[in-house]
Design a protein around this ligand. Structure first.
Ligand SMILES: Nc1ncnc2c1ncn2[C@@H]1O[C@H](COP(=O)(O)OP(=O)(O)OP(=O)(O)O)[C@@H](O)[C@H]1O
Ligand SMILES: [Mg+2]
Length: 270
């Protein structure tokens, strides 16, 4: 494994029990499992943006949730900043958890409706930097809300008072307030209409520069991935079928599924 990689993933696998409803008659439920992620290996160097693209159900969210340790893989290895991330515990786990943050697809569901926006953005600081003074915590939250384009008046308001695009900005502020090394964004714009979605993508470009972010950007949309990524992984049925620098993959795709994705992008007729 290389020295410079921020994140190194080896042979990651996750299966789920198949519910009885989808089983053919006569099959025993206990013996049926479906592979959601089927042996995925890749690494991300500091400063890179890895786009992961693939159709619905191919395993993108399952992979993202394993990377941030929301769910445990069946097998495989993840090294983050040189640490054995899947075996980290105690103080090491707490320290590393703050260094990887996730931006969710559905900004509404991922936000606590009864919490004011200020408290919501302060919360990760309260958990991970408990010695920070309250005033400093508030200042950091206000600063971060400003960085994502929301005014100081948003601190005292509730999530339902914001539009979908603004709510995604809140989600991004919450993910960035700890100044993480790695941000995993799972379909950050698919719940938004196209023009609002492109504003969020532009914001991510700005923030990536400002905070020297390393990003994993997950989307079913090749144009979304192509807009931001330095590298791309094409995922199909739980596996990476093609990986490489974005220009290389777009210009000379090696796998038929990649070719199909590229062919499916509508050309703009003026
Ligand atoms: N908790 C779970 N229990 C059972 N099956 C699951 C669970 N989570 C995911 N799956 C299954 O694993 C497969 C991959 O799902 P996943 O959500 O990772 O796909 P995805 O690529 O994120 O799809 P989408 O683009 O629709 O978000 C699917 O077949 C899904 O039904
Ligand atoms: Mg998903």
């Amino acid at each position: 494994m290389s020295d410079q990689a921020l994140l190194e993933v080896r042979g990651l696998r996750k299966s789920f029990a198949v519910s009885a409803g989808v089983l053919a008659r006569g099959e025993r439920a206990a013996s049926r499992r479906a592979m959601a992620v089927d042996g995925v290996t890749f690494s991300v160097a500091k400063g890179e943006t890895l786009g992961i693209v693939g159709e619905s159900g191919c395993g993108k969210t399952t992979l993202a949730r394993m990377i941030v340790r929301l769910i445990e893989p069946d097998s495989g290895e993840i090294r983050f900043r040189g640490h054995d991330w899947l075996r980290a515990h105690g103080a090491e786990l707490r320290a590393l958890r703050g260094r990887i943050q996730m931006v969710f697809q559905d900004p509404v569901a991922s936000l606590n409706a009864r919490m004011r926006v200020g408290a919501m953005v302060e919360e990760p600081l309260a958990i991970h930097e408990p010695r920070l003074r309250r005033a400093d915590r508030q200042a950091r939250a206000a600063q971060m809300l400003q960085a994502v384009g929301l005014g100081a008046d948003s601190l005292a308001r509730y999530p339902h008072e914001f539009s979908g695009g603004q709510r995604q900005r809140i989600g991004i502020a919450r993910a960035l307030v700890l100044r993480p090394d790695l941000v995993v964004a799972d379909e950050p714009v698919s719940a938004l209409d196209v023009s609002v979605g492109s504003q969020i993508l532009e914001l991510l470009v700005l923030l990536r520069r400002e905070f020297s972010l390393t990003l994993i950007l997950i989307s079913h949309s090749l144009p979304v991935v192509a807009q931001l990524s330095t590298h791309v992984a094409v995922m199909q049925s739980g596996r990476f079928v093609e990986t490489g620098p974005i220009e290389q993959v777009l210009e000379s795709p090696q796998h038929p599924y990649t070719e199909a994705l590229i062919a499916a992008v509508p050309k703009l007729v003026v």
